[in-house]
Design a protein around this ligand. Structure first.
Ligand code: ARG
Length: 348
């Protein structure tokens, strides 16, 4: 245990939640006497929310106080962990009205091998990669554990769960638990023929949640999507689904000249389609202009609370029309305060 970090965390908790000085003295005495700091569920909840507030890459931080925290530190059976993860998916999905949620498992004992709880497989084939190239290495791991996908471009990967030094176990996510949105365009009906879709809820499961010097290596968390993550990256990047040439073709754009700006026009149409499809299906999503306005409100709220704003400009600017948002025109201090969410080495 790291007493200095525990002191810093509990002092922050005491101050922001208006606990008394006496409370802090008692709590610290108790920790020192017991020789171990086990956060209460209330402390854990506060820590997970502040970790979101401190996430410099995130444009969606205005809503940090609304994070729903599930304390799952007592679950150590692989199958029970799987069921808890399915519960997370169901609760967060909420039939489309997405709820920001984190489920915190026992520190130092549980690992979820997936990058996100819901993610599409990627297969190397003679004709090139089928599915999401981002998932190729993890897909191989799943196959080596005995999982077999259907071989489509949108096979949902299984959950891979490890407890202590036991070998990892995989579990298929029931299809009815995975909400997906078929991508169509409000004016161009042929976009539907590309049979594109994306899952509703991005639930990052590869990062470690750090608070009071404790590393919770398994603490999957989610918000809702910003449209550009799907329309300007996942479906558009050359090394992801690479759909811009096909979109350009449907819209009859001149792809023989770079200067026709066919890539840019195709990008805009694809992003219109993503936002339109999620909206029409009643699935939470935010466009990048609204998200930037919300981030402005977050900046103002932080200023009012007397806290220094931290941010990573390279991540905060949206990948589409960045200079149309205020974020582009402002410097941000990229200092990492804790609690926070950090990258960690994948277990495979
Ligand atoms: N960019 C990642 C993806 O496209 C998701 C990261 C988290 N995004 C979020 N809106 N909470 O899958």
């Amino acid at each position: 245990m790291n007493l200095q970090e525990i002191r810093r965390f509990l002092a922050l908790y005491q101050m922001e939640l208006n606990k008394s000085e006496q409370w802090l003295t008692n709590r610290l005495q108790q920790v020192e006497k017991e020789g171990v700091y086990i956060p209460s569920t209330e402390e854990l909840t506060f820590g997970a929310r502040v970790a979101w507030r401190n996430s410099n890459k995130c444009i969606g931080r205005l809503f940090w106080q609304s994070l729903h925290v599930e304390d799952a530190r007592d679950i150590l059976d692989e199958h029970a962990i799987f069921e808890k993860l399915v519960h997370h998916i169901r609760y967060a999905t909420n039939e489309g009205k997405i709820r920001p949620t984190i489920t915190v498992f026992a520190a130092g004992r549980v690992r979820v091998w997936n990058h996100q709880l819901i993610r599409y497989a990627g297969y190397e084939t003679a004709e090139g990669i089928v599915g999401d190239p981002h998932s190729v290495s993890f897909t191989k791991i799943c196959e080596s554990l005995g999982w077999r996908g259907e071989g489509t471009a949108f096979d949902v990967l299984p959950l891979v769960i490890q407890v202590d030094e036991r070998s990892p176990q995989w579990f298929a996510i029931p299809k009815e638990e995975v909400l997906e949105v078929a991508i169509r365009h409000p004016e161009q009906s042929q976009i539907e023929e590309l049979a594109l879709k994306w899952y509703a809820v991005p639930i990052i499961s590869s990062m470690r949640f750090q608070m009071a010097g404790i590393d919770f290596q398994a603490a999957p968390f989610n918000g809702w999507y910003m449209g550009t993550e799907i329309g300007a990256r996942n479906l558009a990047d050359h090394d992801r689904y690479n759909m811009l040439p096909k979109i350009a073709e449907i819209f009859g754009l001149d792809t023989t000249r770079q200067a026709s700006l066919w890539r840019d026009r195709a990008l805009v149409e694809l992003n219109i389609a993503v936002l339109h499809s999620f909206k029409e299906d009643g699935v939470s999503i935010v466009d990048h202009h609204t998200a930037a306005q919300q981030f402005k409100l977050f900046e103002e709220a932080e200023h009012k609370a007397g806290r220094d704003l931290t941010g990573n400009w390279t991540w905060l600017i949206p990948p589409l029309s960045p200079a149309t948002t205020h974020i582009f025109h402002k410097p941000y201090y990229n200092v990492y305060n804790t609690p926070n969410y950090f990258y960690q080495k994948p277990p495979y």
